[in-house]
Design a protein around this ligand. Sequence first.
Ligand SMILES: [Mg+2]
Ligand SMILES: [Zn+2]
Length: 235
Amino acid sequence: MGLPFANPQRALLWASGTHQQRPLTFCRSAATTAGMDFAAITTILLDRDGTLIEDCHYLCDPDAVCLIPGVAPAMAALRRRGVRFFLVSNQSGLARGLFTQEELTQVQVRLSSMLAAHGACLDDAVFCPHGPEDACRCRKPGPGLWEALRARHHLDPSTTLVVGDKASDVAFGLAQGCLTALVHTGHGKAEAAKLGLPPLHNDPMKLPSRPAWPHLQASSLTAVLHMLLALGAAQ
Ligand SMILES: [Mg+2]
Ligand SMILES: [Zn+2]
């Protein structure tokens, strides 16, 4: 119960040096469909397991961290345009005693170094350490992790995209008025079926507005990031 904890070795997870904030320059007519302004995105909130890295059940071994292919270079390219990335992750394995905070930190250190090898980074990372039965505010889709990041980094939902592989990630983003994307890595395919999403004919595929549906579905986070990069191709 209580507040979400930030990463215990915060300095390790921050980007080194200054981080430029510049508006994105995109072709707006191509990027805007039914009020979805992907060209305006300057902030991306990422789920960890099954979205940024392969889903290993209750991951506690840093050597088992495996990035989704192509993600890190795409993150680096968007970062050079001023996009910020934040990790927002439920880690109920802590509450269940399946791994320790120290092990979670070691996984995070490994993840950060793998991203850094490509010039990518996370601007911050927040975790919910509770289980579903704890009824905390910070377990997605609860608002606690959003509130923690918003206060620290002045996030604006109208320029924020939430990406995850579960309906709870989508619900988390929708509740705050963010754009949302469901990726088909991790649990994504099963979650898409549960939500009744249409088959993934285009990748990424924009979706009509329905309760609980994401704005976008895609084969992977890489496909989502490449779409954002392509919107700025005229830059
Ligand atoms: Mg996930
Ligand atoms: Zn929590």
